[in-house]
Design a protein around this ligand. Structure first.
Ligand SMILES: C[S@@+](CC[C@H](N)C(=O)[O-])C[C@H]1O[C@@H](n2cnc3c(N)ncnc32)[C@H](O)[C@@H]1O
Length: 447
């Protein structure tokens, strides 16, 4: 049985699947359960398998007893359960998946991840997923995610009232002729020494079994729903002021005066060599970021900031790189510095919110996003991210309002944000589309 939890965050889904597999009688050696995420800090946390009392409150007492043991501040998965899962870093937007054998996967779980991607990125990812699945293999997306009018090479089937996608058994109906790269080696942080190691040195790669020994190929995989966080912080009232005249925000990328990143100039570096212009140096670092080579990207941006301390674009990007690698204190510091330079920096609040969200600090995330929206009420992304936080805190009414607000911002042109973050949707259309799906799902849940 070969399963991939793609975008596994801190591992709740992967461990849920592992528990189901164990309960069905599968041995760890019979299951290849691969769980990956872009965020190496999340991967590291997933590998540790520690869940606070609040986060483990939704697990049945039988499962807690069988698969966990208590630790000081919560519950930790037993080594026997951990044996079922391989946690690694993987950028789903990378052009090729070097670790995936075509046609080898029975099931891909990729829930609540493509909401972060724009359309071309989603389509390219679906191409790679399609090739990775065996014929008849299943793809589960999040409840509010759909490939309707986005990608039509999967079949949609209904299982117990839920819609899932399946690779057609007999070839792919509208198969493209372009081969999809699966195995050529790509630069990946998996083999790069990073502060948070992705795969422990010497971990032998597990063989990828191709066929299920547990169930017929088309039977749905019984799954427990991924545990929703049980934290129930009360959400603040939405920061936007519908009906009021939108305040035009400062255009940070274009109006940062002291060190405008658009200004092309070269920089003298120690040794007398002429470096590339700052814009080019940042672009190069962003390319490394997109390939998940965070260590090199951080190194490049840190160097750039030594030469160009006022480069806001670089500073925000560095904050994002720190947050993606779990260096939350440094990420906060970077965003705080951005705010010292530009007290009304909406991006510092947005990315500060995303960093807090990644770190699981929902109160801080909501506060930062609220501040961003106070400064720029027409920023669709801000409303969308706030809705995500509200959903996670079970504030459905707040989430509905925020999704509607995100959609309503379609009437305002959305500006590109300063600072870089992998695959964040930035066009009003992309955000409105994912917000509509999420809203529809919420409305349906409420009925
Ligand atoms: C909202 S969480 C969803 C986690 C889990 N799948 C679930 O449903 O509970 C989104 C996850 O996607 C990850 N992610 C975002 N962009 C990614 C990318 N390009 N490649 C891999 N993971 C990514 C984030 O780091 C985050 O952990």
């Amino acid at each position: 049985m070969c399963i991939w939890s793609a975008g596994c965050a801190t591992g709740e889904e992967a461990y849920s699947v592992a528990m189901v597999m164990a309960e069905l009688g599968a041995l760890a050696v019979e299951v290849d359960l691969w769980a990956t995420d872009l965020n190496l800090a999340a991967v590291e946390a997933a590998r540790m398998g520690r869940f606070s009392v609040r986060r483990s409150s939704g697990i049945s007492s039988e499962r807690l007893e069988r698969f966990f043991h208590p630790v000081e501040d919560g519950m930790e998965v037993q080594p026997t359960l951990r044996e079922y899962v391989r946690f690694e870093g993987q950028n789903l937007a990378a052009p090729a998946f070097d670790a995936v054998t075509p046609g080898s996967l029975d099931l891909i779980l990729c829930r609540n991840v493509i909401i972060y991607f724009d359309l071309p990125t989603i389509r390219a990812l679906m191409d790679r997923f399609l090739v990775a699945l065996r014929p008849g293999g299943l793809l589960f997306l999040g409840y509010s995610e759909s490939l309707f009018k986005v990608y039509d090479r999967f079949e949609m089937i209904e299982v117990d009232g839920a819609f899932v996608y399946r690779r057609p058994l007999l070839g792919v109906a509208r198969a493209k002729t372009t081969p999809v790269p699966m195995s050529p080696p790509v630069s990946s942080s998996v083999s790069t020494p990073v502060p948070l190691s992705v795969a422990p040195a010497g971990t032998p790669p597990r063989p990828a079994p191709s066929f299920s020994r547990l169930r017929p190929p088309d039977a749905p995989v019984p799954m427990t729903p991924s545990p929703r966080p049980s934290y129930l912080e009360q959400a603040a009232s939405p920061p936007s002021r519908p009906g009021s005249e939108p305040v035009r925000p400062p255009r940070l990328t274009l109006e940062v005066s002291a060190t405008d990143p658009r200004v092309v100039r070269t920089t003298e570096v120690p040794g007398g060599a002429k470096a590339f212009p700052p814009v080019e140096r940042l672009k190069q670092a962003v390319r490394k970021m997109m390939q998940s080579d965070f260590t090199a990207a951080i190194h490049d941006v840190e160097k750039l900031l030594i030469d160009e301390p006022g480069h806001l674009d670089a500073l925000l990007t560095l904050g994002n790189l720190y947050s993606l690698t779990g260096r939350i204190a440094e990420a906060r510091e970077a965003f705080a510095q951005a705010l010292v330079r530009e007290p009304l920096c909406v991006e510092a609040r947005i990315f500060g919110g995303v960093a807090a969200l990644q770190a699981g600090n929902l109160v801080e995330a909501r506060s930062e996003l609220g501040k961003a929206l106070f400064l720029e009420p027409t920023l669709a992304l801000g409303h969308y991210l706030l809705a995500q936080v509200q959903e996670r805190t079970q504030d459905r009414d707040g989430a509905r309002r925020s999704y509607r607000n995100a959609i309503a911002q379609l009437r305002f042109p959305q500006r590109p944000l300063a600072g870089h973050y992998p695959d964040i949707p930035d066009s009003a259309e992309a955000i409105a589309r994912v917000a509509r799906y999420a809203l529809a799902a919420l409305e349906e849940e409420g009925n």
